[in-house]
Every structure is written in structure tokens, then in C-alpha cells.
Design a protein around this ligand. Structure first.
Ligand code: ZN
Length: 156
């Protein structure tokens, strides 16, 4: 009997993610398969919905709108900070990425958008926020999660 994807399953997939102009944004070719716990908000809602009910060997394409992906770009996640905040960095330039710990103790990626004198505009939106995402995805493995994985809401 083959398993189908449902809540409480650990799912392994290969995928290629492209934007609306067919530029490859991400692919499991280099990073190895994406393994996640289904039904625990480990992945974006649009992708989780598309995978529900699929089985090993299924390969399909899905186009995910902004609201079912990483959401809109939020201006409140853009901030202007003093360059003194980048202590130890020789030259602060647009495009630089930093990891920063937020109030909840989670690490988030900060991208430098703009530098003018001592003022640096930083953006902590998800890099894929505001984008329509096209996945070409293949299910390569499904197994039942352990009770510990379910409790922790992630794969061990
Ligand atoms: Zn854990």
C-alpha cells in the first residue's frame, strides 16, 4: 500500500522554483531534497495544498500566488538605521545580507537596500515576498512522522 501525503507525514521532494520570467530562484539539485512535516506550517500554504493527496513518484507543476506564498512586501519591514549598527563591517553596500536576531529570538535575513551617508535602509521581508512562485515538484519519499516529530512540529 502506498502512502499519500496528509497531515503527520514526512515528505521528501525535489523541486525547481522559477519566477514569472522563468528565472530559476531555487532548486534542490544543489541543496538536496526538501524534507518537511506536512500539516505543520513548515512550508508555504500554496505548496502544502498542492502536495496534499499526492504520492511517491508524482511530478507536477504549480503556480502559487503571492498570498499563498510568502505574502506581500511589507513596508513596515523596511527600516532606516544608522551605519554604526554595522559594527565591524568595512563597507556597507546594497545587496549585502546579514542575519539578525529579532525580539522573538528567531534569526531573520536582513538585506541592505540603500546606503546614503550614515543612513542605511534595510529590508527584513522574505526574499520571495511579493512574488508569484512556479514550482516544478516531484515527490520522492513519504513516511509517517514519529510522535516526537509531531510534537516538535518539524522533521528530525
Ligand atoms: Zn525537534
Amino acid at each position: 500500500m502506498s502512502l499519500t501525503i496528509a497531515d503527520g507525514m514526512v515528505v521528501s521532494t525535489h523541486y525547481t522554483l522559477t519566477d514569472e520570467d522563468a528565472n530559476v530562484l531555487d532548486s534542490t539539485d544543489e541543496s538536496g531534497p526538501m524534507v518537511y512535516l506536512h500539516g505543520a506550517d513548515n512550508i508555504i500554504p500554496g505548496l502544502e495544498d498542492a502536495l496534499t493527496g499526492k504520492t511517491v513518484g508524482d511530478r507536477f507543476k504549480v503556480r502559487i500566488d503571492v498570498e499563498d506564498g510568502y505574502g506581500e512586501v511589507l513596508t513596515e519591514l523596511m527600516q532606516v538605521v544608522d551605519i554604526a549598527a554595522f559594527e565591524g563591517v568595512d563597507t556597507v553596500e546594497p545587496g549585502m545580507r546579514f542575519e539578525s536576531e529579532n525580539e522573538d529570538g528567531e534569526f531573520e535575513l536582513i538585506v541592505v537596500k540603500h546606503v546614503e551617508g550614515n543612513k542605511v535602509t534595510i529590508d527584513s521581508n522574505h526574499p520571495l515576498a511579493g512574488m508569484v512562485l512556479n514550482f516544478d515538484i516531484e515527490v520522492i519519499d513519504i513516511r509517517e512522522a514519529s510522535s516526537e516529530e509531531i510534537e516538535h512540529e518539524h522533521v528530525h
